[in-house]
Design a protein around this ligand. Structure first.
Ligand code: ZN
Length: 382
C-alpha cells in the first residue's frame, strides 16, 4: 500500500510539474505576442504587460504588497520609435530588426545621400548627420535621451558591396515622462510574516522599432516572468512560514530603473528582506545557471549548491561575483542579500528580433522551478 501511495504521489507530482511547463509556455507565448509589442514604449506594450501580470496575481489570490495597490508607479524619459523605419542601401531596401537596427538614441531623419567611409566599419554623411556602422550581430537597447545624429547599424552579411548611397526615413518620439510601474504582490507568512523572501524579475523589454517591428524578448525576460508567475501560483496555494513576495520591475532595459525606484521608495522595510532572488533569462539551462553575488553571499550560494546536489536538478551552478547587470543590483548596494540567477547554454538570441518563443526551449524550467522551491523551503527551515 505504501509503495502504491508513493507511486501515486510521484504521478501527481509529475502531473503538477507537467502542468507547470504548459503554464510557463502559455505565459511566454502570451507575453511575446504582437499584442504586447515587446513590452516597451509604443502601442502601450509595457502597460499591457503590467496589466496582464496584475490580473494573473489576482487570479492566484495574491495580495498587493503592504496592503497598497499592486502597482508602484514611476516615470522616466525615453526615446521611442513609433513611426517610419525605412532604410535602403545602394538601392536595396533593408528589413528593420533583421537587416538593420536604429541606434536607440537616434533622432528623426528623412534623406537620400551618399556615404563617406571613415574606417573599416563606419560610414557617414556629415551634412545629414547620419552614421552607418557594419556589425557582426545586431543588439538593440533603450536610450533615455536623444542625440543630434541618426545611427544605423547594419548586419554585415546583408550587403554585397560597401555602402555608398543611403535613402532613409526614420521617426523618433522623445517621451519626457513615460509612465509605468513595478507590480508588487505577496503571500503572507504563516509563522514569521515580517521575514520576507522576495522573487523578482523585469516585465519590460525593448518594445518596438517602427510601426511594423517589435522585439519579443522570449528569453529576456518573458521566461523570467513565467518562472515568477509559476512560483506565485505555487506559493498562493502553499503559504510558507515566511512571507514570499514578488516584484515585477519596469524599465530594466532602460537602465535597471524600476529596481532603483523601489529601493529608493521601498514599500516594505528593506531590512525585512531575508533574501532576494532575481530571475532574468530563465529559458535554457543546458549548461546550468550562473549566480551573480555568489561570492558576496557564500552562505546562500553554498546552500543552493547543496540543495541542487541533493535533488540532482541542474548540471552546473556557476558562481559569479558582483555585477550591475540586472535588478538585484540596487538591493545589493543597500545591503539587502540578493542573488541573481540566469540560465546558460542553448540559443544565442539576445536583444534581437530572433529571441522568440518558438525557439526558446525552456529546457530546465521544471528542474529550476523545483530547485527554487526546495531552496526556499530550506532557507526558512534551517
Ligand atoms: Zn533582462
Amino acid at each position: 500500500m505504501k509503495i502504491k501511495l508513493t507511486l501515486l504521489f510521484c504521478l501527481i507530482a509529475n502531473l503538477v510539474f507537467a502542468q507547470d511547463s504548459i503554464f510557463a509556455r502559455r505565459i511566454v507565448d502570451t507575453l511575446t505576442s504582437r499584442y504586447f509589442w515587446g513590452r516597451g514604449y509604443t502601442n502601450n506594450g509595457m502597460g499591457k504587460a503590467a496589466h496582464f501580470i496584475t490580473s494573473e496575481f489576482k487570479s492566484f489570490g495574491l495580495q498587493p504588497m503592504a496592503g497598497k495597490s499592486f502597482t508602484q508607479e514611476f516615470e522616466f524619459p525615453v526615446n521611442a520609435f513609433p513611426g517610419k523605419m525605412q532604410v535602403s542601401i545602394n538601392g536595396k531596401a533593408l528589413a528593420p530588426g533583421r537587416d538593420f537596427i536604429v541606434g536607440p538614441e537616434s533622432k528623426s531623419v528623412k534623406a537620400a545621400c551618399n556615404l563617406v567611409q571613415r574606417d573599416s566599419v563606419t560610414y557617414v554623411n556629415a551634412e545629414s548627420k547620419i552614421i552607418l556602422v557594419l556589425k557582426d550581430k545586431l543588439t538593440w537597447s533603450v536610450a533615455k535621451q536623444v542625440a543630434d545624429y541618426t545611427l544605423i547599424q547594419v548586419d554585415k552579411k546583408v550587403l554585397r558591396e560597401p555602402p555608398a548611397a543611403i535613402n532613409l526615413n526614420i521617426e523618433n518620439k522623445f517621451i519626457s515622462d513615460f509612465k509605468t510601474g513595478n507590480i508588487c504582490a505577496w503571500v503572507k507568512g504563516t509563522v514569521k510574516p515580517d521575514s520576507i523572501v522576495v522573487f523578482t524579475g523585469h516585465h519590460d523589454h525593448l518594445g518596438g522599432m517602427g510601426s511594423d517591428t517589435y522585439f519579443p524578448g522570449a528569453n529576456d525576460n518573458a521566461s523570467g516572468m513565467a518562472m515568477l508567475l509559476s512560483l506565485a501560483k505555487y506559493y498562493a496555494a502553499h503559504p510558507q512560514p515566511y512571507t514570499v513576495a514578488f516584484i515585477c520591475f519596469a524599465g530594466e532595459e532602460a537602465g535597471i530603473l524600476g529596481s532603483k525606484y523601489f529601493t529608493e521608495h521601498p514599500l516594505i522595510p528593506l531590512s525585512n528582506i531575508k533574501l532576494l532572488i532575481n530571475m532574468d533569462i530563465m529559458g535554457t539551462g543546458n549548461d546550468g545557471i550562473t549566480v551573480v553575488n555568489a561570492t558576496v553571499y557564500p552562505k546562500y550560494f553554498d546552500l543552493l549548491k547543496q540543495v541542487n546536489a541533493r535533488g540532482n536538478y541542474l548540471v552546473k551552478i556557476n558562481p559569479r561575483g558582483k555585477a550591475a547587470n540586472s535588478d538585484h543590483y540596487w538591493f545589493t548596494e543597500k545591503g539587502v542579500p540578493a542573488l541573481f540567477m540566469y540560465t546558460m547554454g542553448g540559443i544565442k538570441a539576445y536583444h534581437d528580433v530572433f529571441d522568440i518563443s518558438k525557439t526558446l526551449p525552456l529546457t530546465e524550467f521544471r528542474n529550476l522551478f523545483k530547485l527554487l522551491v526546495q531552496f526556499n523551503a530550506e532557507l526558512q527551515n534551517p
